[in-house]
Each structure stands twice: as C-alpha cells, then as structure tokens.
Design a protein around this ligand. Structure first.
Ligand SMILES: Cc1cc2nc3c(=O)[nH]c(=O)nc-3n(C[C@H](O)[C@H](O)[C@H](O)COP(=O)(O)OP(=O)(O)OC[C@H]3O[C@@H](n4cnc5c(N)ncnc54)[C@H](O)[C@@H]3O)c2cc1C
Length: 294
C-alpha cells in the first residue's frame, strides 16, 4: 500500500494574502490545523492520490487573540490550551469548562479552535458551548479571486443533523464571543464522545438573568454524529420567565427539545442516546433551579 502512496504538496501561507493566492492555485485543498483529527483518520495517510495540504498554522491573522468593544476575538489557529490560559479572566465559564473537558492536556495543546469546529464527521462539546453563548464565527471565502470574510452565528456552521456547512475552500478565521458573563451556565456530557459517539450526548445551557428574570436562555443538544440543535423558539418562550422554573415550565422545555430531536432524527435513534439527551436536559434545568435558590 505504501508503494502506491503519492507524496503531498505542502503549502504554508503566512498571511491572508498568501492564503488567497494559494487557494486560487490549488483545486482541492486539504486544510491542516493542529492535525490531531487528520493524523488519526485512516484515509489521511498513506494516500494513493496526490494531495495539496494547506497548513494554516503560520497565518499570523489566525493566531491572534484580541479584545474589542465588549467582545473577545480568538483566531482559528489558537490552540485550546492557550485559549484557556489567555482567556481565564475574560471568557465565559461555559467555554473554559468545555475546553477543560476537551481531551488530554497534550491534545488540547495541539488541537486548534478552527480544527475543533470544522471536524467533518462529528460535533464536539465546544461547538455546543459557543452556540449556547451566541458566539459568532468568521468564515473566509474566495470570491472573484479575493478572500472575503463574513461573521455568522456558530449554529449556522452546521445543519440540524450536525453536517458541516463549509466547502473545501471556506476557512474559519476566528470566533467572536461577547464578554458579558452568563448568570448560569453548565455543560453536561453523557457517554464517550470519541469512542462511542453513537451513544453519547452533550447538552449546554447558558442563561442570563437579572433579579431572577430570564433575559436570555440558550440550550443546545448535540448527538455527535446526528444532531446539533439550539432551538430559537425555546429561547423566545423562556425570555421573561423567573427562576426557579416551575415543574410545568420544565416539562415544556423537555417536550419542546424532544419534538426538535424527533424532527431531525426521524428513525434509528439509539434508545440509550435519546434517554441520555432527555436526562441531560432535565439535569441542566435542575441545576439552574438550584442556582436560582442559592
Ligand atoms: C485521542 C484523541 C482524543 C481526543 N479527545 C477529544 C475530546 O475529548 N474532546 C474534544 O473536543 N476533542 C478531542 N480531540 C480532538 C478532536 O478530536 C480533533 O482532533 C481536534 O479538535 C481537531 O483540531 P485540529 O486543530 O487538530 O484540526 P485538524 O486535525 O488539523 O483538522 C480537523 C478538520 O478541520 C479542518 N480545518 C482545520 N482548520 C480549519 C479552518 N480554520 N477552517 C476550516 N476547516 C478547518 C481540517 O481540514 C480537518 O477536516 C481528541 C483527539 C484525539 C486524537
């Protein structure tokens, strides 16, 4: 098999301008960030067709963390461990705890923000945390031979079934997060996302309140390979409610989440995964109420 493998061409753009020029030359780029996903996928190496690997780690614009007017911008090539150490004071707790649960220290030092959001095959916990916080993602696209960028909600990166909505020449430049601290947040994970994604579930909640009155309530539920939802109708319904929630209100949240799950995963959803999803939502709501009573 190794005899048939063809060596790859490595492109190392150092700026956005270089990246634009590279993408014009290369027909089907393989974007390479920290490499932790790519190097573990069996189809990456050896490979019997020619491959153009575009290494994004030298692009200076993607390696920055900057603070603007009430937001924090993090470049896509910043690794997860660095985000955690540099953003300790400024980042919402939900991001910090989600990153702390993202693999071992060795993996977090290597895997980047952009790579974590753009894994083709599965959605990770950090995507759910960012979506619950209404974070935005910057996507670069080649248009008329120029790289142009647009900011959009994190949730627009994915279909509701979790499929990534980026073409091979669309590149994540960074993420923008508001520095408004959530009143309550929590992320809960059931199962082993890496080894048994088909049984796992990730639920994240970010709630903003003033004097027990909810002003923003975003709950996301992920089944790593089949579901990515952050129901906006639920956000609307919860605005103006008071914490602690009543049983009937909690029941309504549970039912609405289940309806959304049923709309997306119409058949073949493993019973264990469905049950885990339901229990995680319940557990999040109970923790919110405990926070409200304390
Ligand atoms: C053993 C092991 C355990 C792990 N455990 C966890 C865990 O528990 N939780 C967790 O969250 N993660 C975990 N990870 C990391 C996770 O699986 C991914 O490997 C990692 O997040 C990918 O980041 P990367 O920078 O290494 O990306 P890469 O491997 O370089 O790329 C990943 C994908 O994203 C694309 N890509 C990269 N950057 C961009 C960009 N800027 N724009 C568009 N597309 C891009 C690439 O083309 C590729 O398809 C683990 C990894 C390993 C190997």
């Amino acid at each position: 098999m190794l005899d048939n493998s063809k060596s790859a061409t490595i492109h190392t753009p150092r700026s956005l301008h270089d990246l634009g020029a590279t993408l014009q030359r290369v027909k089907e780029p393989t974007l390479f960030a920290g490499g932790t996903y790519l190097m573990h996928s069996s189809s990456f190496y050896p490979c019997d067709s020619h491959r153009d690997i575009v290494y994004l780690g030298e692009i200076s614009e993607f390696k920055r963390i900057s603070r603007n007017d009430r937001t924090l911008e993090i470049g896509s090539m910043v690794n997860l461990e660095h985000i955690m150490s540099a953003g300790k004071q400024a980042l919402p707790n939900l991001i910090l705890s989600s990153i702390a649960n993202s693999g071992t220290l060795l993996i977090r030092r290597q895997s980047t923000l952009g790579g974590t959001l753009a894994i083709p095959s599965r959605r990770m916990a950090l995507s759910g945390a960012l979506a619950s916080l209404d974070a935005e993602v910057q996507v670069y696209t080649l248009k008329n031979q120029r790289l142009v960028s647009a900011w959009k909600p994190i949730s627009s990166l994915y279909e509701r079934n979790g499929t990534l909505r980026l073409s091979s020449k669309e590149i994540i430049g960074g993420v923008r997060i508001s520095d408004e601290k959530e009143s309550f947040s929590s992320q809960m994970i059931a199962g082993d996302i890496m080894r048994k994604p088909e049984e796992s579930a990730i639920a994240s909640l970010a709630c903003f309140e003033r004097e027990s009155l909810i002003s923003r309530f975003n709950i996301s539920l992920i089944f790593p390979e089949t579901l990515f939802i952050v129901p906006s109708d639920l956000t609307l319904q919860m605005t103006g409610m008071t914490i602690p929630l009543k049983n009937s209100q909690m029941g309504r949240v549970r039912r609405l989440m289940e309806e959304h799950v049923d709309q997306v995963v119409r058949s073949g959803l493993p019973h264990l995964q469905r049950e885990r999803g339901r229990r995680l939502i319940e557990a999040l709501l109970h923790s919110l109420n405990i926070h409200g009573l304390s």
